[in-house]
Design a protein around this ligand. Structure first.
Ligand code: DGL
Length: 264
């Protein structure tokens, strides 16, 4: 098989990265993708940096072993601690990560008041700290680690009383004090409906999915790796939990169009 026909390998600590995958499929429908969800080891966001690095390296190696021509780290947490390590180890492979969409959220209006929801690791690590440093003078930025929030998506629960109550308790201290929310974990776009309800309709939600898809396209074009086939590509799912229910949930999430109000 020609290198450009090979699939793009995408991974996350679970099914959350499918919020990034759907943007890539929509921008590059003729590419082939393999998605690996490490649900067995989820969550990553509350583990040590070393544990996440080891898990993420193993995820990438599974995908490279299957012939992936590029790697997308569809996880803010894993990007924060292992994008550079992966790039150094595989200099010939495009490695694209996702980071919290702080820039568009801060710049979308003057003196924006922004709430960033993400994992402990993402908010603590150097990558996000550098971003924060760059934009902190442009608005008021509040950081909210959200342990436990991704579990709802892993269990296939996106709406309903229980999850709405959980989200409401997390964000209620910020209600009326913010103009935008950054969904800084790839699981959260699937909870956009509950988050929007808790913060109010006037608040804008931002996530990094579309930006990551555009960056992948740019990197593939630079390295002459785009798949020029005319037909629609294949999307294959794998999960470390190795059970059919996980694959069914993954397919459902990729097809999910109307379950949540899609963030920007
Ligand atoms: N989906 C992951 C992210 O974007 C993290 C969820 C987790 O494993 O804690 O950060």
């Amino acid at each position: 098989m020609e290198r450009c026909e090979r699939p793009v390998g995408v991974f996350d600590s679970g099914v959350g990265g499918i919020s990034v995958l759907r943007e890539m499929v929509s921008l590059m429908p003729n590419e082939n993708f393999i998605y690996y969800g490490d649900s067995k080891n989820a969550p990553y966001g509350t583990k040590s940096v070393k544990e996440v690095q080891d898990l993420a390296m193993a995820d990438a190696e599974i995908l490279l072993g299957m012939g992936a021509k590029a790697i997308v780290i569809a996880c803010n947490t894993a990007t924060a601690v292992c994008a550079e390590v992966l790039r150094k180890k595989y200099p010939d492979i495009p490695v694209v990560g996702v980071e919290p969409a702080l820039k568009p959220a801060v710049l979308h209006k003057e003196n924006a008041r922004v709430l960033v929801m993400a994992t402990n690791i993402t908010l603590r690590e150097h990558k996000f700290r550098a971003l924060l440093e760059k934009y902190s003078k442009r608005g008021e930025i509040y950081l909210l680690p959200c342990p436990g929030l991704m579990d709802w998506v892993e269990h296939g629960i996106f709406c309903g009383e229980e999850v709405e109550k959980f989200v409401d308790e997390l964000v209620s201290p910020y209600r009326g004090k913010i103009d935008s929310v950054v969904l800084g974990c790839t699981h959260y776009p699937f909870l956009a409906g509950a988050i929007q309800k808790a913060v109010g309709r006037e608040v804008r939600l931002f996530d990094g999915g579309k930006g990551t898809a555009r960056e992948l396209l740019r990197r593939l074009e630079c390295m002459k790796l785009t798949n020029n086939a005319q037909n629609i590509g294949k999307v294959e799912f794998m999960n470390s939990n190795n059970c059919e229910a996980e694959i069914e949930l993954s397919k459902r999430l990729l097809d999910l169009k109307k379950i949540v109000d899609k963030p920007v």
